[in-house]
Design a protein around this ligand. Structure first.
Ligand code: C2O
Ligand code: CU
Length: 463
């Protein structure tokens, strides 16, 4: 039987249909938070993409597809400007593509959606990593199958460090923790539920808006718990969900201090009561647990959730601790781009396409469904452009490969360098992009992975 209870909960906050687990889900905050394995800086890494049976729900086995058979994959740590090669071996039965999200990468290593690694083959991806310290992530990017392949586990962190970050007195060591948030649904035997895996008829119309699960995983564990000392912690939060957005808030309330965004440290820290995080966005934050009593529990909640998806994870302040970390008033130097630098203006509308000849609806950019040979923009290498991005029908988080951008909306001044901008339905954002680095063909697309798989993607070619 296919998954049941796909209720359409398409709202302003998340676009998608909810899959309900038939497996017994654990009590929240009983499973310890896992920390992915770390691969230290070196000029070569070897990763194998393979299936593995892992225990996500206590007492049940889930088959994942993972980098080195783990979900999340290992965290790769690199230094700015030290080029690395990652050899990916595909031990899965399907073609795969690897994209380093946020990486300033030559086109032939960027993971173009049709540039697949066939089953049984390997491929070397070269990453110059000539960009400031930040939180990147790597994930599958196979044309038409990114949604199901990421859902099965093909996602991991890639951190870039540099001297600027090293010089700051931020929390580090075991008090610097990556948090990959992703929702999933599970069948009775513990298997991941995803519409296309279960041969559900009519899947494209019901789930074309996105797949939402009813179980929130952090670093691959359901509603986990982390014991902390009463000190500052740095968390690199990534929303790796296919279609779900979160509005994160601590309970009891405390400020979340943002120090970085998608592509690096901010100029200065920004205090938030809550954080709305769309798919693929990263927030580098510091939480100070010294404001709580030892023994207290602090829950990271999701104000956009309902039922079980209202909770994300819990921190338990287990002990006092000494803390010489600080959040400096100045973090990194960020050169602001100005509109006068933009040599070209372009507009892109992300909207639903009318029914195609098979009667299914797809998603499109400027009315065009993705086609590898259609180029919608040809920016010049080294130039700055102004792009107006508009979302229609439902929210769309828009991600642009290669070119970092600054969002011009005055309400979003402190966002720093970004690679993904979250747009509500009817919203328009103006972004100033810098096309530095490499020539060649790259994609930009909606990072709701079901929208992406259903054609909401387009090409630009840097000339
Ligand atoms: Cu995170 Cu084009 O992808
Ligand atoms: Cu979208």
């Amino acid at each position: 039987a296919g998954p049941s209870g796909g209720g359409n909960i398409e709202t302003e906050s998340s676009a998608g249909s909810l899959l309900r687990s038939t497996a017994k889900l654990p009590e929240p905050f009983t499973v310890p938070l896992p920390i992915p394995a770390v691969l230290k800086p070196t000029d070569r890494h070897n990763l194998t993409q393979r299936a593995a049976q892992v225990e996500i729900l206590p007492g049940l086995k889930t088959q994942i597809w993972g980098y080195d058979g783990t979900f999340p994959g290992p965290t790769i740590e690199s230094r700015r400007g030290q080029q690395i090669v990652v050899r990916h071996r595909n031990a899965l039965a399907v073609p795969v593509v690897v994209h380093l999200h946020g990486g300033r990468t030559p086109a032939d290593s960027d993971g173009y959606p049709t540039d697949t690694i066939a089953p049984g083959r390997s491929r070397d991806y070269t990453y110059p990593l000539d960009q400031p310290a930040t939180t990147l992530w790597y994930h599958d990017h196979t044309m038409d199958f990114t949604g199901p392949q990421v859902y099965r586990g093909l996602a991991g962190f890639h951190l870039i460090r540099d001297d600027v970050e090293d010089g700051l007195p931020l929390p580090r060591g075991e008090r610097e923790i990556p948090l990959m948030i992703a929702d999933r649904a599970f069948g009775e035997d513990g298997a991941f539920l995803y519409p296309s895996m279960d041969g559900m008829p009519g899947v494209t119309s019901e789930f074309m808006s996105g797949v939402l699960g009813d179980c929130i995983l952090v670093n691959g564990a359901p509603w986990p718990v982390l014991e902390v000392s009463a000190t500052r912690y740095r968390f690199r939060i990534l929303n790796a969900s296919n279609a779900r957005r979160y509005k994160l808030k601590l309970d009891p309330p405390a400020p979340i201090v943002q120090i970085g965004s998608d592509l690096g440290l901010l100029a200065a820290p920004v205090e938030h009561d809550d954080l709305t995080i769309a798919q693929a966005e990263r927030f580098d934050v510091v939480i100070d647990f010294s404001r709580y009593d030892v023994g207290q529990s602090v829950t990271l909640t999701n104000r956009l959730g309902s039922g079980g998806t209202k909770n994300v994870m819990r921190f338990v302040v287990a002990r006092k601790g000494s803390d010489d970390s600080r959040i400096p008033d100045q973090l990194a130097e960020i050169e602001p781009l100005s509109r006068s630098q933009a040599v070209v203006q372009r507009q892109f509308v992300f909207a639903r396409n009318g029914p195609s000849h098979h009667g299914t609806t797809t998603w499109a950019v400027n009315g065009q469904a993705f086609a590898p040979d259609t180029i919608l923009a040809e920016p010049a290498l080294g130039s700055v452009e102004l792009w107006k991005l508009r979302a229609q029908n439902v929210p769309h988080p828009i991600h642009i490969h290669l070119a970092p951008f600054q969002v011009q909306d005055p309400g979003r001044t402190a966002t720093g360098w970004k690679d993904t901008v979250d747009l509500s339905s009817g919203d328009e954002a103006e972004v100033l992009l810098r096309f530095d680095g490499y020539r060649g063909k790259y994609v930009f697309h909606c990072h709701n992975l079901e929208h992406e798989d259903m054609m909401m993607m387009a090409n630009f070619r840097v000339q």
